[in-house]
Write a protein that binds this ligand. Sequence first.
Ligand code: SF4
Ligand code: SF4
Length: 442
Amino acid sequence: MREGSLEAPTRHPVDWKNDLFWDKSDLEAELERVYDICHGCRRCVSLCDAFPTLFDLVDESETMEVDGVAKTDYKKVVDQCYLCDLCYLTKCPYVPPHEWNVDFPHLMLRAKAQDFKENGTSFRNKTLTNTDAMNKLMKIPVINQAGNALLENKTFRSVFEKGFGVHRDAPVPKYHTKNVAKLTKGLAQVSITAKPVGRTTGKVALYATCYGNYNTPDLGADFLKVFQHNEVEIKLVPKERCCGMPKFELGDLDSVEQSMQYNIPVLAKLVDEGYDLVAPIPSCVLMYKQELPLMFPDNKDVIKVRNAFFDPFEYLMIRHKGGELKTDFKQELGDISYQVACHQRVQKIGGKTKDLLSLVPGTQVLSIERCSGHDGTYAVKQETYDKSVKIARPVVRKVTEQAANHFTSDCPMANAHIAKLAGDAIKSNEHPMTLLRRAYSL
Ligand code: SF4
Ligand code: SF4
């Protein structure tokens, strides 16, 4: 037996169609086994609150071992995991092919899924994770105006916290009535002859995402402008629904399957037509690159879409390597504090956003590889908001010390969360693609 491994981790599929996946006692035994390994290891103590919760339960038990922890308390650990995947991909020496076969995030997912199936979830959790329905409602002009105004009203927010469970200080994004398609009408019709470079075809379809469509729709125009400037043909995915990540984090795997059944045929058709796929939010990219393929390993279209999905900066840097990225930058960006989003780190693509922004003259990118604490709905829920602020503290401290010209993160939600917590210490906070567009003066 040896600790750690020089081999690359191999991820086993999520075996959720197997009856054993749903067996309560089998799950309990696996939780006890893995909790015991973690108790003896404790490397992940600083990553999130799941591990400190586990270690406190062990240390405060009569035996001071996992066997002294009540099985009914196992869920307390599960509730603190937001499936960022960092423990698996950045810390754990016992992941497969190691014989201990520890996959902590997917074990948490299994526990969440069983809990969801048995007990359902709250109205608040259902609503927060039903992003398509929220967008449909909030794009109605009269509801949009009233909704945005109420979400900014302090009195309403405290009533909302008591009645609905969304923390009064949580960052809640503004909703727009026009999505990316409406805002960029005409922009996507530029005629470009696609030139393949490396793994890229030179033709891209932008999966705008729920957040990108109705919370940050201007970002779509930034993508179109930057890709077109680099002579990549780009168009929007013609119809899309949520990628399923919010439901995945809730353990609602049937809803993830429904999203997959809607989105994958549309995306697979685009791939057949020669399009590569990109999205502005790392969590949505990860869903298509990793989680859906692990949930549906035998679905050929899911695998086809996985193989064509890129992080946008990964895409542009592949083309840079092949000599097909323009470096005719017109504006220096100065110092940029850059929080590396967890769901981007675990894509194993390296620091492509930093590499690209560093090509801009007069620009220095100062990376911060720490969790923002936003983590899906974790920073929004009344009961976990304070923990999310604690998790974000090292990033806020670093951003304040760096006093850069800009703060950025590929995850717009992380960006908003840190910007709110850092307050005046941040002069401007934008998506890296917006900064890149500015550097090109497009
Ligand atoms: S996946 Fe992320 S949140 Fe979950 S236990 Fe691992 S580090 Fe913590
Ligand atoms: S997930 Fe792996 S690295 Fe983290 S505490 Fe458990 S055994 Fe250790």
